[in-house]
Structures are given as C-alpha cells and as structure tokens.
Design a protein around this ligand. Structure first.
Ligand code: FE2
Ligand code: FE2
Length: 270
C-alpha cells in the first residue's frame, strides 16, 4: 500500500478502528505518483459522537480535577482527543507535503503510529473510569490551525516544537497529579506518553536544522509560527528542562524557552 492511500484512509475513517489501524509494515514511502493530485482533506471523518465542536461546548476540568475520578475521566478524554488529532494531522502532513525527503516522510509516519498507541493507552484508562471515547464533546484545536502549516518547516515548528514541546510539561504535570491521587496506572500512561514525546520533539528539531541549515534556530522557529501561536504555547507552567535536553534542543534554545511566559490558547497566563 502506498503511504498516501493509508493517510487518506486514516483521515477519512468514520470509526475508531480506522483511526487506530497501524501503518502496514510494507508501506510504500516512495514519492506520490502523479495521479494522486487531490489536496488532502481539510476536515476529518469522524464517528458521530466525536464530531468536532467549538471549545465553548467542550470544557475540560483544570488539573485539580484529577482528584475526582469523574473529572479525571474528562481530562483523559481530552488527552485522547489530542492524540486523535495528532494521528490525523500527521496523516495530513504526509499528504500535504509531497516534495519532502523520504526520511522526513518516514518520521511523520512513525510519529503517527506512536500517536495511535498513545490514543489507545488513554482510551484504556478512560475505560477503567467507566467511559469510552465520544462520551464527552471534543474540540479541533490542531485542525483549526491548518492554514499555519504552510510548509514542512511550519508544520514541524507548530506541531513538534510547539504542541508536542508543551506536552513535555503538560504530560508530566498530569502524571504527577495522577500519582498524587494514587492513580498509578494513569500516571504510568502519562509518563510513557511524556517520555515518547521527547523523540517527537527531537524529530522536529532535527528537521528544523535540515530545512533551514544556515539560519539561527530560535529565529527560524519564531518566524515559522503564526500569531497567536508562539513560544508561549510551547511550554507549561512548569518547565521540564531535562526533557528538552534529551530532545536534543541546544542550551540557548532551552534557555530562551524557559524565559517565555506560558500562556493558554486564550492568551491568559497559565
Ligand atoms: Fe502523543
Ligand atoms: Fe507526539
């Protein structure tokens, strides 16, 4: 199967099985043939109970809600939704960016497969809380930024160096909160997601350097984010310096991020 056929199927799927079907081992990553010229979908297929709604209809409890298993379920549901969108957006990136080196394409596909496993891990924890995917409303934050992903470099700056970068803090904060309330299984899942996101940030960092080898990295990063995205969205209230170091970010890049004030999508400080 060609990677484009697979990526289209993932985005179009209207059932969870289609979203979570892993890439075939023998997938063909060679550049697209010229027949497949249709642009990628700009909106995903979804089951009825996972249709994207406006954020005001899909409120997620604050982290303090981890104490209450019912609120915790809503948080886990929102985290599963982030993974679902990541799956779809990495599929979208595979379709959108035709003229990329095969190793970049291979990396996007490997991350997609990781996000599928992350999603399933959260869904297992959701089931342990008596819920299933679709029980609560979901937002489409990553899909709403489609216009920002104008090039592979823009895509990696937004997805990898901003959203996934911030998750190095969020996932750790949630893991710590789950540990504090004694939900060690949820904590273990969050810790694993946190640890695996390090490689995703690393991937984006490596390709930022390849796509813009002669430019200063921090300036390149900033220049490839559209307002209101920015480095203030690439971190949490806490700052996991060690995770960034393990992702391969250089010390000066980490320092600059450490001095940025973390902000919510609303623009309010965290
Ligand atoms: Fe993930
Ligand atoms: Fe990721």
């Amino acid at each position: 199967m060609n990677y484009r056929t697979y990526a289209r199927a993932v985005i179009a799927a209207t059932d969870l099985a289609g979203k979570l079907a892993p890439p075939p081992a023998a997938i063909d990553l060679t550049p697209a043939d010229d027949d497949d010229t249709a642009p990628p979908p700009t909106w995903p297929g979804r089951p009825n109970n996972l249709q994207i709604v406006h954020g005001k209809f899909a409120k997620v409890p604050p982290i303090a809600g981890m104490r209450d298993p019912q609120q915790r379920a809503r948080i886990i549901h929102a985290l599963a939704n982030h993974e679902l969108q990541a799956i779809e957006l990495f599929a979208w990136g595979l379709l959108q960016f035709r003229d990329v080196p095969v190793p970049y394409r291979r990396g996007l596909l490997a991350i997609l497969a990781d996000e599928q496993r992350h999603c399933q891990l959260y869904l297992d924890r959701l089931a342990a809380h008596g819920h299933q995917f679709g029980d609560f409303a979901v937002t489409g934050h990553f899909w709403n930024k489609l216009d920002d992903y104008r090039s592979p470099l823009h895509f990696s700056c937004a997805m990898g160096l901003t959203f996934e970068n911030a998750n190095l803090d969020f996932a750790q904060e949630y893991a710590n909160a789950a540990t504090e309330v004694g939900d060690l299984e949820t904590a273990a899942v969050l810790q694993r997601v946190h640890d695996e996101e390090i490689a995703h940030v690393h991937f984006a960092w490596v390709w930022l350097q390849k796509f813009a080898p002669d430019e200063p990295a921090w300036e390149t990063y900033i220049a490839h984010l559209d307002h209101p995205l920015g480095p203030h969205r690439a971190r949490g209230k806490t700052f996991d310096r060690d995770a960034r170091r393990r992702a391969g970010l250089p010390a000066d890049f980490i320092d600059r991020l450490a001095h940025v004030e973390a902000k919510r999508p609303s623009g309010q400080p965290r």
